[in-house]
Design a protein around this ligand. Structure first.
Ligand code: PBG
Ligand code: ZN
Length: 364
């Protein structure tokens, strides 16, 4: 740099910045003083598609998507879910067609949720090798061997009271008994052909319980996607209608899940809870719900090197779909923007009821 240029730069420096001592320091000061309009114009990199494409920081791909599927036993036809337009409860038969469609679209994984007609206090049907959970995993795997079957491990779809485990004398979910049961459920799921398990009950110690059970039964290769930070959210409403696990009709059990799912007001606790799952052997950490909790996702991204998943849950899907039906938003662009937001916040993969739609849009 010539002396006259240096002098010019020095003259530009605000008085309160001390005389730069080195060239590097000078350049830093130059940036401080010049990183502003009119030298900088942010719109230079926004002026056309080509330039915008080059500077795009995040990308959404079909391989980011996981598709949740509801499967109801003992029904003859798929049943529409009115609060989630476009989503149905599949029959055990139509699950096969749906799985083939998912495979053809190149979606890497599905998450299966059973809608049980065999409910009891513990949710024992889900621990039965001939029960709905085992059957739907087996069917899905046979129908679409290239699609990784992720088994959602929980009991609320299989218990008569709707909670995520058996109720104890304190009228609360029995933590350690549930961990024992979910460990068994994990082995049943793996035996049925699940490629990954995803415990969603928010019981303490569930990840290590499942890891141990899988390891001693020959399934040390099966990864665990932990619902690591799962909040007690009102946005699960449409799911609970869909899966038949709404609370509130039974006076003998709590009408909420606040003793195991997290308080939506807490961020530090979410990181602590998620990192505990990592310590217990989780392979992937999930944050749920998605859009109202992007801050948790972004924070967790800073704290761990594990892959992260975000769950765009039923209520979020419903908001976008129903707003679109009311003419307030356009479904495709609203959905794609929301999915990109998960990538930007740090998600490697996204569970979304729009996965099939998004896969079609992305392949065009
Ligand atoms: C059950 C479970 C829920 C969801 C996934 N697994 C509901 C709940 O915890 O009450 C929510 C999914 C959604 O809303 O899309 N453990
Ligand atoms: Zn549950």
């Amino acid at each position: 740099m010539t002396d006259s240029k240096l002098d010019k730069l020095k003259s530009l420096l605000p008085e309160n910045i001390t005389e730069p001592k080195s060239h590097a320091e000078m350049m830093k000061h130059k940036r401080l003083t010049e990183n502003a309009f009119p030298h900088v114009r942010m719109r230079r990199l926004r002026q056309n598609d080509a330039i915008r494409a080059m500077v795009q920081e995040n990308h959404l791909q079909v391989s980011d998507l996981i598709y949740p599927i509801f499967v109801e036993e003992n029904i003859d036809e798929p049943v529409a879910i009115s609060t989630m337009p476009g989503v149905v409860r599949e029959t055990e038969k139509t699950l096969v067609t749906k799985m083939k469609e998912v495979q053809d679209l190149g979606i890497p994984s599905v998450m299966l949720f059973g809608v049980s007609h065999h409910k009891d206090h513990t949710g024992s049907d889900s621990m039965d090798p001939n029960g709905l959970m085992a059957r739907m995993i087996d069917r899905a795997k046979q129908a679409a061997p290239d699609v990784a079957i992720t088994a959602d491990l929980c009991f609320c779809e299989y218990t008569d009271h709707g909670h995520c485990g058996p109720i104890d004398a304190r009228k609360d979910v029995d933590n350690d008994k549930t961990v024992e049961n979910v460990a068994m459920q994990a082995v049943i799921a793996a035996e049925a052909g699940a490629d990954m398990v995803a415990p969603s009950g928010m019981m303490d110690g569930q990840v290590s319980g499942i890891r141990h059970a899988l390891d001693v039964t020959g399934f040390s290769h099966i990864p665990i996607m932990a619902y690591a930070a799962k909040f007690a959210s009102v946005f699960y409403g449409p799911f609970r209608d869909a899966a038949g696990c709404s609370l509130g009709h039974n006076p003998d059990v709590p009408t909420h899940r606040k003793t195991y799912q997290m308080n939506p007001a807490n961020a530090r606790e979410a990181i602590r809870d998620a990192l505990m799952d990592e310590q217990e052997g989780a392979d992937i950490l999930m944050v749920k719900p998605g859009m109202p909790y992007l801050d948790i996702l972004a924070k967790l991204r800073q704290e761990t090197d594990l892959p992260l998943a975000a769950y765009q849950i039923s209520g979020e899907y419903a908001m976008i779909r129903l707003a679109a039906e009311a003419g307030a938003l356009e479904y495709q662009s609203a959905m794609m923007e929301s999915l990109m937001a998960f990538k930007r916040a740090g998600a490697d993969m996204i569970l979304t009821y729009s996965a099939c739609d998004a896969a079609r849009w992305l392949s065009k």
